[in-house]
Write a protein that binds this ligand. Structure first.
Ligand code: SF4
Length: 242
């Protein structure tokens, strides 16, 4: 019998077998990510870093957290934390406060000035990243950690993308934003703000000058409700309102 296809279990009883076919059931071991890990959009190793934090090794927790996300203090403020909705503990009493813990560890890293380890190797390949928002900066971070030479081209005057130009400062204080971006730039990322890549010719120029180009131009167009007449003066996009 194929082990992966369970038989049809019954709970029917007979004179002889009081427990249906359950009498022969054995627990099945499967390897799978924890529900919070599976729900996290940045694939965070949540159980692992919380384990470190629980042992009060906050530096170790931060290092695990930033393996997949260089913005823990930012995510700890603005993420809608689907990890908590998936948390097993929620079925017992309340889910773990993962988002708040992430913010705590991220803030501690800023307060104590923890920096990313530079790459042990320096590679010759040059990568252009178009867009200095969360995606472009995360790509720059991962590429620098692997020793690639990275230049970020950002159309606006400052890095941050929607984190800076879409989220108001009362939701995301600029000192936190600047600190987490600054730590990535300090890895040796070449930054060119105020340099849009808007035309096919400009993109071609980058393709010739660099070994690879990563396009991270963002998802700035709001999703609109099909039923709503946006020509009306009372209809306004959420991001615009903020
Ligand atoms: S709060 Fe953090 S761990 Fe939870 S889903 Fe968001 S980024 Fe992932």
């Amino acid at each position: 019998m194929n082990d992966l296809v369970p038989p049809i279990w019954t709970t029917g009883t007979t004179e002889v077998f009081k427990t249906g076919t359950w009498r022969a059931a054995l627990p099945q071991h499967i390897r799978a990510p924890s529900p919070c890990h599976a729900a996290c959009p940045v694939n965070g190793d949540i159980a692992e870093w919380i384990g470190r934090a629980r042992a009060r090794d906050f530096r170790g927790a931060w290092e695990i957290l930033t393996r997949h996300n260089p913005f823990p203090a930012i995510a700890g403020r603005i993420c809608h934390h689907p990890c908590e909705a998936a948390c097993n503990r929620g079925g017992y009493d309340d889910p773990l406060a993962i988002c708040k813990l992430e913010r705590f560890v991220g803030d501690m890293a800023i307060e104590r000035g923890w920096a990313f380890e530079p790459s042990a190797v320096e590679r010759a390949e040059r990568i252009a990243v178009v867009g200095g928002g969360p995606s472009g900066l995360s790509a720059a971070f991962q590429l620098r950690r692997h020793g690639y030479r990275v230049t970020v081209f950002e159309a606006r005057p400052e890095l941050g993308g929607l984190m800076r130009y879409g989220i108001p400062s009362y939701r995301l204080v600029r000192s936190v934003l600047d600190a987490e971006i600054g730590r990535i730039v300090a890895l040796g990322v070449d930054v060119r703000c105020g340099e849009p890549t808007a035309t096919h010719e400009e993109l071609e120029r980058l393709r010739r000058a660099f070994d690879a180009v990563y396009l991270a131009t963002g998802a700035q167009r709001p999703k609109r409700l099909p039923q709503l007449d946006y020509a009306q003066p009372w209809a306004i996009d959420g991001a615009e309102y903020l």
